[in-house]
Design a protein around this ligand. Structure first.
Ligand code: UT7
Length: 374
């Protein structure tokens, strides 16, 4: 059995920042309410020309570069999103084309939980031996499905993308275990009612504002605090590890209070929990990969760290995964490592020969200069 080592990672956040103070001017809310009820201070909002495609490609290129993998080396691209550029074609194929990859690609919809579902799916293709190199992306532009006059939802969400490259490895790294859950009985608590085939786009959709996210925040809150810790415990048990072996918990970044409840239920101190929702808000399927990338970039994960990913979202869905990180070496080393040994030896020999020839060419010049100086 092969494991899917996380060989590369990347993220993209749109430059436009929307603060709580900006929102105070748009709806009846306050920075104080948003911070105390959610922990969010600001979020990124995609600008003109930015779409799920462009953000995904930006995050993916970083991940590929870090992994030392060319797009043509990819065997599969898997994109978790609830906000694709179009209903058709799938944004995953648009990403495959824009990257210049020649492989299969598909889009996976599991709300905010999508990225963990995607990671678990990718791991199966690698474990079975079907594929060796897979790009997994979580990307969302939730801001385009938000009613900016609805204070119940508009203060919560932000846009962004995160990506990882999984590569087949014999060492037990990558996704060691996972739990996927779904409870469609709670579907109505978080949905966009219009625009699908149940309520195709029409004047009625616009009149009812049915193209926007509708959420029963309290119900989603209760659901999240019920499933998060349980899902985390199950994944850890399946991996054969214990919670003490977990170096960092990376939860879905939706609400600080939800994260604190889950940490308390797990008995995990907050210094072992990664939080960045204060700067990004809830970026749905992008939240866990963006957090993972930032945790690595900020040195919160060391070589061979064990991280516990856990998410929840529309569906209602939940998912958790125990992920063992490999060596978090700089990309240039990874790139160097990806060059075959013989090619490296030939390159070294060529550089050696070239420097000898340059030296031989410069020697007479240096001797002449010495004679002139005398
Ligand atoms: O990825 C999954 C996505 N969804 C979630 O994670 C949502 C989970 N739920 C939550 O995070 C919380 O339920 C919210 C942050 C959405 C709401 O917090 P809450 O403590 O559950 O507040 P609430 O819904 O019980 O509302 C309390 C009050 C209400 O006023 P009344 O009825 O008590 O007078 C709301 O109208 O707060 C009011 N309120 C606001 N006030 C100021 C709701 N939104 C706002 C707002 N600013 N933005």
């Amino acid at each position: 059995m092969k494991y899917g080592r996380i060989a590369g990672w990347g993220k993209y956040a749109p430059p436009k920042v929307l603060t709580n103070f900006d929102l105070e001017k748009m709806v009846h809310t306050s920075d104080e309410w948003i911070v105390t009820r959610t922990g969010i201070r600001e979020r990124r909002i995609a600008g003109e020309g930015e779409t799920t495609l462009t953000m995904s490609v930006a995050a993916a290129r970083q991940a590929l570069e870090r992994a030392g993998v060319r797009p043509s080396d990819l065997d599969l691209i898997l994109v978790a999103t609830s906000s694709p550029d179009y209903l058709l074609p799938p944004v995953s194929s648009m990403i495959q084309d824009r990257l210049g990859a020649r492989c299969g690609a598909f889009t996976l919809v599991a709300g905010c939980t999508g990225f963990v579902y995607g990671l678990a799916t990718a791991q199966q293709f690698i474990a079975s031996g079907a594929y060796r190199t897979i790009l997994v992306i979580g990307a969302e532009i939730i801001s385009r499905n938000i009613d900016w006059t609805d204070r119940n939802t508009c203060v919560l969400f932000g846009d962004g993308a995160g990506a990882v490259v999984l590569q087949a490895s014999d060492a037990p790294t990558g996704v060691l275990s996972f739990v996927l859950g779904s409870d469609g009985a709670g579907a109505k608590h978080l949905m966009v009612p219009g625009g699908g085939v149940a309520m195709p786009f029409s004047q009625r959709v616009v009149d009812e504002g049915a193209q926007y996210i509708r959420m029963n925040g309290r119900e989603v809150f209760k659901f999240a605090t019920r499933v998060l810790a349980q899902a985390a415990i199950e994944a850890v048990e399946q991996s054969g590890l214990t919670l003490n072996d977990v170096d960092l918990l990376i939860p879905h970044q939706a609400n600080m209070r939800i994260i604190e409840v889950a940490a308390r239920q797990l008995g995990m101190p907050m210094d072992k929990v990664f939080v960045n929702l204060d700067r990004y808000g809830n970026t749905s399927a992008a939240s866990i990969p963006i957090a993972l990338v930032e945790a690595i970039q900020q040195g919160r994960c060391a070589d061979n760290s064990t991280v516990l990913l856990v998410g929840f979202g529309a569906g209602l869905t939940w998912a958790s995964a125990v992920v063992k990180l490999g060596t978090l070496e700089p990309a240039r080393y990874a790139l160097w490592r990806s060059i075959p040994i013989r090619a490296k030896a030939r390159a070294r020999a060529a550089v050696g020969a070239l420097s000898m020839r340059v030296g031989a060419m410069l020697l007479p010049l240096a001797q002449r200069a010495r004679v002139t100086r005398r």
